[in-house]
Design a protein. Structure first.
Length: 81
C-alpha cells in the first residue's frame, strides 16, 4: 500500500467534505438522497439520486452550482501547494 502525498491527502479531505456537505444540503433542500463520488474522467464530483429518478432542472442546476464551488476549492489548493 502506497503512502499518500500531502496534496493527495488535501484532495481526499476536500472530496470527502464536499461530498458529505453536498448530500446533507441537498437532503435538507429537496428531501431526496443523493450519492456523490469523484470522477477521474471529468475531474469533478458526480452526483446521482439514490431513488433512480432523474434530477429536476432546479435540482440539476443546484448540484452544478455546488460542483463549481468544489472545482474552485480544488484549484485554490493546487495553486497554493
Amino acid at each position: 500500500m502506497s503512502r499518500q502525498t500531502k496534496i493527495e491527502k488535501c484532495y481526499r479531505k476536500i472530496n470527502d467534505a464536499f461530498s458529505r456537505k453536498l448530500g446533507d444540503d441537498f437532503r435538507a433542500k429537496f428531501q431526496r438522497e443523493i450519492e456523490t463520488r469523484f470522477s477521474i474522467f471529468s475531474m469533478s464530483l458526480v452526483s446521482s439520486p439514490t431513488d433512480g429518478k432523474d434530477f429536476t432542472p432546479e435540482q440539476h442546476a443546484w448540484v452544478d452550482a455546488y460542483s463549481s464551488g468544489y472545482l474552485a476549492a480544488m484549484r485554490q489548493v493546487t495553486e497554493e501547494l
